[in-house]
Design a protein around this ligand. Sequence first.
Ligand code: CMC
Length: 446
Amino acid sequence: MKKKITIIDNNSGKKFDFSVIKGSNGPSVVDLSNFYEKTGMFVYDPGFKSTASCHSAITFIDGEKGKLLHRGYSIEDLAKYSDYPEVCFLLLNGELPNKEQKKKFNDILTHHTMLHEQIQRFYSGFRRDSHPMAIMVGIVGALSSFYSEKTHDFSSIEGKWVAVSRLLAKMPTIAAIAYKYSLGQPFIYPNNNLNYSENFLHMLFSTPCGNFKPTKAQTDALDKLLILHADHEQNASTSTVKMAGSSGANPFACIAAGVASLWGPAHGGANESVIRMLYEIKNEKNIASFIKRAKDKNDPFRLMGFGHRVYKNYDPRASVIRKYCHNLLKELNPENFPLLKLATKLEDIALNDKYFIEKKLYPNVDFYSGIILKALGLPESMFTVIFAVSRTIGWISQWKEMTDDINKTQISRPRQLYIGEKKRVFKKISERSMRKNKQMFPNEIS
Ligand code: CMC
């Protein structure tokens, strides 16, 4: 029998039935798409804490058990046995590639890495001290003028492939140039003889005076970091990409919207904030006072790198990355990384603190990824950029899944609970007085 849920309006006594839809894994959903038609009311769920915005076959998260699967494969297995391009292929196509497919896919990613010279000239328009994420938003958005609807039909499989392949191949180049620009160093062209992660490190750290030769621990750490951040179902930036895409916007512009959303400190900006927080804490004896602040309801301070909207026990990505973080640091002299020592101490203390235990606030992936990126020699401002490079495959796979579902794609248009003024009579300026006790914007006027 088809499962249903009945909602009873206690005021009118009316009953409304809604069907329950079962997925292949995880909680079922109540189909409330006709809730307004039936009841005349909207469903209120700010922050989408209980709302499934779509159906998807790409990524499954069990927040309670700390599980993350891509197309059915565990993140632990993918990090252990796979590499980033292979995970990209999997997310996009639903299957792991065979030998021949893997080679072809790698060839494509390698041969589209160069940026049009005209795009390179855009960089010089940015302030020298621009945040690289500001540059990323601009440059990725600008790609939509090079790959436009005039020349590509992005609803066709061919057009979608152009968007997917160019974005995946060019994102490391765009990111590396943003970094070089901030340093005032010449841009380094991609090297087709290197794999994805090696090439990315090459473009970031080589100079015309010498090639950077990464160690295995360095390429492994970057590759694993890219895998771990590749997709995370309907998070804020992915939902932003899809919301932009639901109107039929250019896919490069949609990805630029995703980059903007990722930038915030509660999302991708958290790894940058972790390092800034560690600098602020400075040494072990200050940890207690920062923990106290994090618990204080009147203090907006939060322990960066702790807590997750979905993982309420442990972030599985954090357990995987912790190992690679330590491998990398072993290769370097840990004594040169007092920050890691501080981070480990903070992790210990927070994990044993009643407040953090009760609220199930565990270190998330960003807690460790910040330390890895620092150990690779990147400045904090580049951390979210690396995250954006990695998440591009998640964004574009989810965009493709949504747009492939041609009959079901409808413009995302949430409703609201209106709490503003009811209808008012327009007042002439001579009749208006300044309202008291009301915060006006801009402040200078009030
Ligand atoms: N430090 C101190 N208290 C916290 C923290 C924290 N990091 N995170 C949550 N809380 C408290 C919060 O004050 C609230 O307390 P109360 O119930 O007394 O009001 C309670 O825990 C629940 O918080 P919430 O904001 O309702 O939880 P959320 O699920 O909406 O927020 C979060 C998730 C990630 C935004 C939040 O935990 C946070 O701000 N963490 C720090 C930033 C961070 O590390 N973000 C990276 C997330 S992982 C990257 C990704 O996947 O995008």
